[in-house]
Design a protein around this ligand. Structure first.
Ligand code: HEM
Ligand code: HEM
Ligand SMILES: [Fe+2]
Length: 477
């Protein structure tokens, strides 16, 4: 990001957005590295034993995942807010201070994870080491800090949204971000009863990724289509409202698909089955939405006489289209596969879950957030129409191809577990191990590792593309 073209109204907010994006991109790289360590440990169990154990590498992998996405999400809001409201973000100085608080807290938490890998399970650990809740393991002191940062962020969004122009996108974001921040509280308190603990933990995990984050992505898609294609606001915002209604409708009760086997009452079987099966519908709508809007703009011209169907940012647009496909495949198809209790009885907690988790997080969120980073790079460098470079094409191909390959490998591994561990051996202790010692399972783990390396190469090229854009003439015309 050599030459900074951020001037005028909203430049402070956009600058803060680039900080958030930069930290997010670094954490994304760290996520992949820890994923690689965990993947090597599946193939060579002694690798880094007692230096960086599997439990810690895995924890860092998935916590870095959540944190980089939250950073990129905050960044994207700070980026689009001035464009939507027409004013500079209110409270931007505090926003900038909170960024540093957030980033410093994350660095300290990661260092503690790395240096204190084993210890006792007591109140002290919950306060200072980690909480032991998958995906949101941050210790309580950091939790409290995160709450302060989130409140500051939501306050900035609200004050700006109320003072400036009120578009549908900003209104949806305001409602959504309150829910997003509020739900975090459900993962902060501790109960002795593990069923109750899991019950509330899912309020964060499921209601984030299958309700609030999906609505958030709808808002980003709407913003992106307007920015990159000059799409009609009325059309995109109409779809956005439909999606909000449908996603909240199916997503909230769809949570029942996590309540099948954790000790919650049996009526969750029916509720979970019905509502979670409806969840893919809005995802399909979102997918059709992108293609439909684009089709409608062919041949039109915008106020500056630019063909509307000219894509103003090709790398970002590629990632946005992949988002529509990825959301549909990873969350919609791979999610639907195992969402009925009759199927989930066999697939629960196998590598199949991991296949879905990888493709859904990547397809629904990594894609569009990387797309937003490209939009920010275009703005920061003052590029009118941004084309693909060799690195941007290779990085998107390697990252996406690697993720698809990994998903197929994990699906095969899950199939072996379902067949051997569950169907043939009746979910016994011996069945658990037999399922994982078969040739197909072992080969799938090799393929996953290989695909992880492919993804890491893709990330390296992405980073190179980000860093060299301002100096690369191919990008502009
Ligand atoms: C972008 C949206 C989504 C993301 C990021 C996502 C991610 C995940 C992740 C990471 C897990 C594993 C959680 C764990 O560690 O236990 C999971 C589990 C699950 N997901 Fe999703 N998911 C999404 C959407 C969906 C949808 C739309 C459906 C259903 C149609 C679905 C069905 C399920 C089910 C049934 C499980 C439980 C698997 C088991 O029993 O082991 N997911 N999801
Ligand atoms: C270099 C690429 C990657 C490698 C080698 C890798 C490897 C791994 C490994 C070994 C695990 C632990 C699985 C287990 O406990 O059985 C894991 C879990 C997970 N990874 Fe990755 N990963 C990579 C990239 C990603 C990406 C890009 C995402 C999302 C955008 C992601 C999301 C997840 C999630 C959600 C889980 C938890 C899954 C569950 O518990 O069901 N990973 N990964
Ligand atoms: Fe869910």
């Amino acid at each position: 990001m050599a030459n900074n073209h951020l001037t005028g109204i909203g430049s402070e907010s956009k600058e803060l957005a680039t900080w958030y994006f930069t930290f997010a991109a670094i954490l994304f790289g760290a996520q992949l590295l820890f994923g690689l360590v965990a993947a090597i440990q599946y193939v060579m169990p002694g690798f880094l034993f007692e230096v960086l154990d599997f439990s810690v590498a895995r924890m860092l992998h998935i916590n870095a995942l959540v944190v980089w996405m939250v950073f990129a999400m905050f960044g994207a809001v700070y980026w689009l807010l001035p464009d939507e409201t027409g004013i500079e973000t209110v409270g931007i100085k505090i926003g900038k201070l909170l960024f540093w608080v957030f980033a410093a807290a994350i660095v300290v938490v990661v260092l503690v994870y790395l240096f204190i890998q084993v210890g006792s399970a007591d109140e002290m650990s919950i306060w200072f080491i980690h909480e032991g809740r998958e995906y949101i393991e941050a210790p309580r002191w950091a939790d409290l800090g995160i709450v302060v940062v989130a409140l500051g962020f939501v306050a900035n969004l609200f004050l700006t949204g109320m003072k400036g122009k009120q578009t549908g996108i900003v209104t949806v974001l305001m409602a959504d971000m309150i829910a997003f921040a509020g739900l975090y509280l459900c993962g902060m308190f501790f109960t002795d009863n593990i069923s109750m603990d899991q019950y509330w933990w899912w309020w964060v995990i499921h209601l984030w990724v299958e309700a609030t984050w999906e609505v958030y992505v709808g808002a980003l898609a709407a913003y992106g289509l307007i920015t990159m294609l000059g799409a009609h606001r009325k059309v995109v915002e109409m779809w956005l409202w439909i999606e909000v209604t449908m996603l909240f409708g199916s997503g909230i009760l769809g949570m029942g698909h996590h309540y099948f086997w954790i000790g919650t009452p049996e009526y969750w079987w029916e509720i979970g089955a019905l509502f979670s099966a409806l969840e893919p519908l809005p995802l399909v709508a979102m997918f059709i939405h992108v293609l439909y809007d684009w089709g409608k703009t062919q041949g039109e011209q915008d106020a500056q006489g630019l063909e509307v169907s000219v894509i103003r940012n090709k790398p970002a647009f590629t990632w946005f289209v992949l988002n529509a496909f990825g959301n549909f495949l990873g969350a919609g198809i791979w999610g639907f596969f195992h969402t009925l209790p009759q199927v989930n009885l066999y697939t629960h907690g196998t590598q199949f879950t991991s296949a879905h988790g990888h493709l859904a997080f990547f397809g629904a969120y990594a894609t569009i957030l990387i797309g937003m980073m490209y939009i920010a790079i275009q703005g920061t460098n003052g590029i009118k129409v941004m084309n693909h470079t060799r690195s941007s094409i290779w990085s998107v191909s390697l990252l996406t191809g690697g993720m698809m390959g990994m998903t197929v490998a994990l699906t095969v591994a899950g199939y072996v577990q379902v067949l051997v561990s569950r169907a043939q051996m009746g979910a016994t202790w011996a069945g658990y191990f037999d399922g994982q010692s078969g040739m197909w399972f072992a080969q799938a783990m090799d393929w996953r590792l290989l695909m992880g390396v492919v993804m890491f190469l893709g990330f390296a090229l992405l980073a190179k593309d980000f860093l060299t854009t301002g100096k690369n003439p191919v990008h502009q015309r």
